[in-house]
Design a protein around this ligand. Structure first.
Ligand code: NAD
Length: 468
């Protein structure tokens, strides 16, 4: 374990690489024994993970508070509670998901049987980010264990308290021969990426996503990339704007806007762009009071680098509400900006903070053109009373997910796959989709040797055989 190791250029590269190589070798040896394959082992690991979360929820909630100022309620709903539900859902359906699945055989090959089986991939690497540092480390781990793999987990060094809690507690609950936590930053991750894995599951930004994919290509290792981007919230006139505003504010400002699926900006059609301003202001006051700095339910920005980046965006439009900020406490008030130029900095990259620009377009055609002219979003949200608008958005836009009426709630539906498309990522997970991600779906065909019904397909090829 690399706990406490410096994560700067002074790191001893040789020992970091050696440690990564040794850890992978150790886990591969475990996998080769077949120990992780039985469903009984997988179930036991999932129960142990659940027990760790249930028994030490206060420890993890404290770590999340230390890293992100997350309220206890938000930690329980979005991280610990979410994970417990994911584990329960997986345990409930694991037998069914792992059962061989029969496939019909064409007549020409009969009599024969065909089916698929899911087999674990081997030793997999999970690299997770800081914004939901528990959820995004352990939700993929649930899938990897359920599929019977050995796992190296690399939590984010940007959320050090949560990373340390994971490094401390996971080996005490999970099979230490099959699961390892490697803490650290770029040098440690780079050393890990030099090793050969059977799958790499990365959550974070697209720049590092490219580094991960390039490293994986050297070993022809498949990757899942859970990335980010600008997720729009389309608002049409005629929608219940008060409710839409409350739901946008709830989803945008939880975790101080540092949520990959948060609505990044409001794309308002016609008059809705003007009318929604007062509703957004009212919703912010309702949820966080007139001085959100005093709200126990409002978080802070992860570090000074992100604070400075966000503070630089606050003047990219007319301030409807918010704008206050304080560097020592890394506080940025929930902020709504109107009259925003689509080419301004706040509209260029993912905001990933508590700033909500409103961009106005004349009609749905323009909204669809606006979305389609940019990178495919991780999520597209829309508030509209019109069935036809919904159908058009489904048919004419592309995104990882499309949600009407309640942003971020797609994560609460365990049967829905979660993932991006294009710049927002590749591959999907959650529930049965995690099992698919971390398994090889192997085709099996079994045809008896006698009687030999294949005779008609063997050479010499006569005219009669051509017609078969
Ligand atoms: P981060 O800085 O914690 O980085 C993510 C991981 O990459 C960390 O474990 C880090 O150690 C590692 N890393 C950083 N630089 C590296 C390098 N040069 N080489 C190898 N590894 C390196 O998190 P982040 O990227 O700032 O996370 C925020 C981004 O992640 C946002 O874009 C957000 O939208 C996205 N995100 C996506 C999802 C999703 O599920 N799709 C979820 C959360 C966050």
């Amino acid at each position: 374990m690399l706990r406490g190791m410096p994560t700067n250029n002074n790191v001893d590269t040789d020992s970091t690489t050696d440690h990564a190589a040794q850890t992978v070798t150790r886990l591969r040896a475990t996998f080769d024994t077949g120990r992780t394959k039985p469903l009984s082992w997988r179930r036991q690991q999932l129960h142990a993970l659940r027990q760790m979360l249930a028994e030490h929820q206060d420890v993890f909630a404290d770590a999340l508070y230390t890293d992100l100022g997350k309220s206890a309620t938000e930690s329980h709903v979005m991280e610990i509670g979410f994970l417990i539900k994911e584990i329960d859902h997986t345990l409930r359906h694991l037998d069914r998901w792992t059962r061989p699945s029969k496939v019909s055989v064409p007549l020409v090959l009969a009599p024969a049987r065909a089916w698929t089986v899911r087999e674990p991939l081997g030793t997999v690497l999970i690299i997770s980010p800081w914004n939901y540092p528990l959820n995004l480390a352990l939700a993929p781990l649930v899938g990897a264990l359920a599929a019977g793999n050995c796992v190296i987990l690399k939590p984010s060094e940007v959320a050090p308290a949560t990373s340390a809690a994971l490094a401390h507690w996971l080996p005490r609950f999970l099979d230490p021969q099959a699961v390892a936590v490697v803490e650290g930053g770029v040098p440690e991750t780079t050393a890990l990426l030099e090793q050969r894995f059977d799958h790499i599951f990365y959550t974070g930004n697209g720049t590092v996503g490219r580094i991960v994919m390039a490293a994986a290509a050297r070993h022809l290792t498949p990757v899942t990339l859970e990335l980010g981007g600008k997720s729009p919230a389309v608002v049409e006139p005629g929608a219940d704007l008060a409710t839409a505003a409350r739901r946008i504010v709830w989803a945008k400002f939880m975790n101080a806007g540092q949520t990959c699926v948060a609505p990044d900006y409001v794309l308002a059609v016609g008059q809705a762009g003007v009318d929604i301003e007062s509703h957004l202001t009212a919703a912010i006051r309702e949820m966080y009071g007139t001085d959100p700095a005093r709200s126990a339910d409002y978080g802070n920005i992860i570090n000074e680098r992100h604070f400075d980046r966000l503070a630089g965006l606050l003047n990219d439009g007319r301030t409807v509400v918010g704008g206050d900020h304080d560097r020592p406490t890394r506080y940025i008030a929930p902020t709504v900006l109107a009259d925003v130029d689509p080419d301004s900095a706040v509209m260029r990259d993912e905001i990933f903070g508590p700033i909500l620009p409103i961009v106005r377009v004349p009609d749905l055609d323009a909204a669809i053109a606006f979305i389609s002219g940019r990178d495919k979003p991780l999520a597209l949200y829309a508030f509209t009373p019109s069935k036809r608008s919904k159908q058009r958005l489904i048919a004419e836009t592309s995104s990882g997910g499309l949600v009407f009426g309640v942003p971020t709630a797609q994560l609460g539906v365990p049967g829905l796959p979660f993932g991006g498309v294009g710049e927002s990522g590749m591959g999907q997970y959650h529930g049965a989709h995690s099992l698919d991600t971390f398994s090889n779906i192997k085709s099996v065909l079994d045809k008896r040797l006698t009687p030999d019904t294949m005779g008609v397909t063997y050479p010499p090829y006569t005219r009669r055989k051509d017609r078969i």
